[in-house]
Design a protein around this ligand. Structure first.
Ligand SMILES: *Cc1c(COP(=O)(O)O)cnc(C)c1O
Length: 396
């Protein structure tokens, strides 16, 4: 049975390793999050916004030409069609309603690719709440369109200039801010990472993905369960949402796709489940890339959303226990898959998502197996990277 326990552990992974200054905040959240989320008026507001603001349910699309190519039915869960272009908004809608109920008047967030920053800035505008987004200086550079979006929405984008100037550094800055402003501020974490109860809370908000998949598959195939679900894993929130209602259905294979960057053994990768060891990062015990003496190894991926040295504790447990299969995909293969999907189905995926599609070339399956790929986001933000690749190839 895959489930989180009282103290926030999936098996040996999870927990809440936090500075004293945040203890009362997180303890309050831990004690009340389930009762707040399960409250009927919370659910009413959450479901109404998911429907009319986000545009849910997101379609489950039988990708005809992709299915022909792989000789098996492949369905795409279209999270790219959500307002703001990715799954992240499911979580930020949930957390902003929660923050309001906790009486918070200031929101902070961290962002890598900028998708979570945009989703947070969006819900803060929606609710009229002040918003500060921490983002690595390198990511600010490579994700310029999303920085403009956040500013357009009225959020303040603060650069993180330490370390590799990417997602983990932005996360450190956000934690520092929260320590200094524990009373009025809620920290909207963007993935199934961080101290308990964040991983569970984010997984519950994203679980709408597999909740819809069940009835949509039943409608289309006569069965609620696919044979295989494929999702990319940065921190793991889109994967957690896509797996959630299937975690304890053993006939459904769960495939977690990580970024191998320039290759697993190149020294430039973000394949945490292969290269990671057990340790503590950003408040939870999980698998992370670290040196023998516990220094975090700088991760690398062409995709800013997968460029994180850890994975959420749920995924550490799923992979460690063998429930999920980990696949790693290089920059080059992800780029190829992005072009392949664009030209086969007329759908430009996010670079993160392109990694998930590349796994179709790497996993074993039988013809007739029903496969669902979670199409976590759209590729507009990655167009500059795509076109650079095209120009390098000198065709197109
Ligand atoms: C942020 C992001 C990811 C990675 O985050 P998870 O928490 O692992 O889902 C994947 N795909 C897209 C489109 C994203 O924006």
């Amino acid at each position: 049975m895959i489930a989180i326990d009282e103290r926030g552990y999936y098996g040996e992974f999870g927990g809440a390793f936090i500075p004293e200054m945040l203890h009362s905040n997180i303890e309050h959240l831990r004690k009340h999050y389930l009762e707040i989320i399960h409250d009927a008026s919370f659910q009413k507001e959450f479901q109404a916004l998911l429907k009319d603001y986000v545009g849910r349910p997101s379609p489950l699309y039988l990708a005809g030409r992709l299915s022909d190519h792989y000789n098996t039915p492949i369905y795409l869960k279209r999270e790219d069609l959500n307002h703001t272009g990715a799954h992240k908004i499911n979580n930020t809608i949930g957390q902003i309603i929660l923050a309001k109920r906790l009486g918070k008047t200031r929101i902070i967030a961290e962002t890598g690719a900028g998708q979570h920053g945009v989703a947070t800035a969006t819900v803060c505008a929606l609710m009229g709440i002040k918003c500060i987004v921490y983002m690595g200086a390198v990511d600010i550079e490579r994700q310029a369109p999303n920085v403009s979006r956040m500013r357009m929405l009225g959020a303040e984008v603060r650069p993180a200039t330490s370390g590799s100037k990417t997602l983990k550094d932005a996360t450190n800055e956000a934690i520092r801010d929260w320590i200094n402003n524990p009373v009025d501020t809620h920290y909207i974490i963007g993935s199934v990472v961080g101290p308990h109860p964040f991983p569970d809370m984010v997984a519950r908000f994203q679980s709408v993905i597999s909740e819809e998949m069940k009835w949509q598959l039943e409608e289309k195939t006569g069965k609620p369960n696919p044979d295989i679900i494929i999702a990319c894993v940065g921190g793991g929130s889109n994967a957690a949402g896509a797996y959630y209602h299937y975690l304890n259905e053993k006939d459904v294979r769960l495939v977690a796709v990580e970024a191998a960057g320039h290759g697993i053994n190149s020294g430039e990768s973000a394949a945490t489940s292969v290269l990671g060891t057990k340790g503590i990062i950003h408040g939870s015990r999980t698998l992370l890339m670290q040196t023998d003496d516990g220094q975090i190894v700088e991760p690398y991926s062409i995709s800013a959303g997968l460029d994180y040295p850890g994975i959420g504790p749920m995924h550490a447990h799923l992979i460690d226990s063998g429930r999920a299969e980990a696949v790693s995909v290089t920059d080059e293969d992800a780029l190829k898959s992005a072009f392949f999907l664009s030209r086969l189905e007329g759908i430009i995926p996010a670079l993160e998502t392109a990694h998930a599609f590349s796994a179709l070339d790497k996993i074993k399956y039988e013809s007739g197996d029903v496969i669902v790929v979670n199409l976590s986001g759209r590729g507009d933000k990655d167009l500059a990277t795509y076109i650079k690749y095209l120009d390098k190839l000198g065709n197109g």
